[in-house]
Design a protein around this ligand. Structure first.
Ligand SMILES: Cc1ncc(COP(=O)(O)O)c(C=O)c1O
Length: 460
C-alpha cells in the first residue's frame, strides 16, 4: 500500500512568499527562523512537536472533554489508557514535556553537582538538569556522531562508558540515567531493546534510577520492529511496553507521539516518588486531574496515544520521513544515516565545511533554505548546545545538523518533494553559503531568541 492510511477532511491554505519578501522577513527575524511568523513559511518543518493533525476521532473526543477542576472523567479515561499502554501505576499530567522535567528533575537531583547521564539529553532536559544543580552528561555511542556510517541504533547509550563512569565517580554521584527514545539530539535515532535492557541491568545493579524520555516511544518501537533481530512482526504496543517495563519512570511530551497539540505526562512506579512529585504538579502545573491541560486535551490525548501505536499509521509515518531522506541523498545532500523516526537531519557540517561550528552551519543552512524556498527547518548543533554554565565555553554538539522535522499527518509527499528540490538547489551553491555571527545571545536556551548577522558584512 503506497497511500496514506487516512483521507483528508479539512484543509488549511498555505502560500509561498516571493524571494524579496522572504529576505525581508528573514532580516526582520534577525536571521533566526524561530522568529519568523508561520504565515510567512511555506512548508514548516521547524518541529514535529505539537504540530500534529488530529483525527476525526480525536476531534470528536474533544467535545466530550470534562472540564471539571477535580476528578475529571476525561482524566480518569486518559489515566486508564496510559496505565494500559505503559504499565506505570502512577500517572501525573503536565502541560508539556518540559513541565514534566520541571516537576521531576529537581526531585531526582538530590544535591548540587550530581550527574544525570543519558544517551543524549534533549535541550530542555539539559536546561532543567542545569537549573536543578545537576550536571548533564551524554554517553551516546561513537557512531552517533558519524553521520556517513549507517548504524541501526545510533540512539543507543554507550554501556561501556556508562559502566566506566559509574566505576570512576561512584553510583552515589549519579542522580539518574535518562534514556531518550528516540534520541532527538543525534537525529531521531532509535534505541534498541537490547541496549535498553543492558542499561537497565547496569542501573539496577548500581541502584541508579532509570527514566525514559518517551516523547517518541511509538516511533522508537516501530524502528525496533523494523531493525532489531527477533523483533520483526511484533506489535509496536508490545515493543513499547517492553521499554516502559525496564524503567522506574518516564517523562512524556505528548506533543509528539501523543498526536495532540499540547500535553505531557510524568510516570513512575514508586509510590514514595509519586508522593514527592504530586505536590510539585499541583504547584507548577495544576491539580492532579488536569495538570495544565484542558479536559478536552486529556480526551484527545487518550485517543491519540492509541492511534500512534497503529502499525498502518507508523508504517506511513516513518516511511514518509524516510522518503524525504532518500530524495536528499539522491541529490547529494549529506544526512544522518539511516533516517530516524521523525525528521531528516541534514549534516550541515559536512555540506558547509567552510563554516566552523562557532559560526553555526546548521543555523546558516536554515536561513538559506528559507530564502531559497520558504521552508523552515531548525539548527540542532552547537548553537542549541549553548554554553557550559561553569566555564562559559560553547559546548560542542556531536554534529552540526539542520533538522527537517515532519509534522504528523500534515504534509503530503508533494510538499516534501518541494523541500528536497529547494535544499538540492542550496547544496549546489553550498560554497557561497555564509556563516552567522550572533548579535544577541540570550542567557539560556539561546537558539530560540538569538539574533544574527551574516558573516559577510557585504550581505549583512
Ligand atoms: C526528546 C524530547 N524531550 C523533551 C522535549 C520537550 O518537550 P516539550 O516541547 O513538550 O516541552 C522534546 C521536545 O521537542 C523532545 O524532543
Amino acid at each position: 500500500m503506497k497511500g496514506e492510511p487516512f483521507r483528508i477532511k479539512m484543509v488549511e491554505p498555505i502560500r509561498l512568499l516571493g524571494r524579496a519578501e522572504r529576505e525581508a522577513r528573514l532580516r526582520e527575524a534577525g536571521l533566526n527562523v524561530f522568529l519568523l511568523r508561520s504565515a510567512d513559511v511555506y512548508v514548516d518543518l521547524l518541529t514535529d512537536s505539537g504540530t500534529n493533525a488530529m483525527s476525526d476521532r480525536q476531534w470528536a473526543a474533544l467535545v466530550t472533554g470534562d472540564e471539571a477542576y477535580a476528578g475529571s472523567r476525561s482524566w480518569h479515561e486518559l489515566e486508564e489508557v496510559v496505565r494500559r499502554i505503559t504499565g506505570f501505576p502512577f500517572v501525573l499530567p503536565v502541560h508539556q514535556g518540559r513541565g514534566a522535567e520541571k516537576v521531576a528533575i529537581p526531585a531526582l537531583v538530590r544535591r548540587e553537582g550530581q550527574f544525570v547521564l543519558g544517551n543524549a539529553h534533549f535541550d530542555t532536559t539539559r536546561a532543567h538538569i542545569d537549573l536543578a544543580g545537576g550536571r548533564p552528561v551524554d554517553l551516546y555511542i561513537p557512531e552517533a556522531a558519524d553521520t556517513a556510517t549507517p548504524h541501526p541504533f545510533k540512539g543507543d547509550l554507550d554501556v561501556e562508558r556508562l559502566s566506566a563512569f559509574l566505576d570512576e565517580h561512584g553510583a552515589d554521584a549519579v542522580a539518574a540515567v535518562i534514556l531518550t527514545i528516540t534520541s532527538n539530539t543525534v537525529g531521531g535515532q532509535p534505541v534498541s531493546l537490547r541496549n535498553a535492557r543492558e542499561v537497565a541491568r547496569i542501573c539496577r545493579a548500581a541502584g541508579v534510577p532509570l527514566f525514559l524520555d518517551a516523547a517518541r516511544f511509538a516511533e522508537n518501537a516501530w524502528l525496533v520492529r523494523e531493525r532489531e533481530e527477533g523483533q520483526a512482526g511484533r506489535s509496536p504496543a508490545a515493543i513499547a511496553r517492553d521499554f516502559f517495563d525496564l524503567a522506574d519512570g518516564a517523562f512524556v511530551s505528548a506533543k509528539k507521539d501523543g498526536l495532540v497539540n499540547i500535553g505531557g505526562l510524568v510516570l513512575c512506579r514508586d509510590e514514595e516518588l509519586y508522593r514527592r512529585l504530586a505536590p510539585r504538579v499541583v504547584a507548577y502545573e495544576g491539580f492532579l486531574t488536569y495538570g495544565g491541560m484542558a479536559g478536552r486535551d486529556l480526551a484527545a490525548l487518550a485517543v491519540g496515544l492509541e492511534e500512534a501505536l497503529d502499525p498502518a499509521y507508523l508504517a506511513y509515518r516513518v516511511g514518509q520521513v524516510r522518503r524525504l531522506g532518500a530524495w536528499l541523498l539522491e541529490a547529494g545532500v549529506p544526512i544522518q544515516e539511516p533516517v530516524g523516526g521523525h525528521a531528516v537531519f541534514v549534516d550541515a557540517g559536512r555540506l558547509l565545511p567552510h563554516i566552523p561550528p562557532g559560526r553555526y552551519p546548521g543555523a546558516a543552512l536554515a536561513a538559506e533554505l528559507y530564502l531559497e524556498c520558504g521552508v523552515r527547518g531548525v539548527e540542532v548543533g552547537s548553537l542549541l548546545m549553548g554554553r557550559d554554565p561553569e566555564t562559559g565555553e560553547e559546548r560542542r554538539a556531536p554534529a552540526e545538523f539542520l533538522r527537517l522535522a515532519v509534522p504528523r499527518r500534515v504534509y503530503t509527499d508533494n510538499h516534501l518533494a518541494d523541500v528536497a528540490e529547494g535544499l538540492a538547489r542550496v547544496a549546489r551553491r553550498a560554497a557561497g553559503v555564509r556563516g552567522l555571527r550572533m548579535t544577541y545571545e540570550p542567557p539560556a536556551l539561546r537558539h530560540f531568541l538569538a539574533r544574527f548577522r551574516w558573516e559577510d558584512a557585504a550581505r549583512g
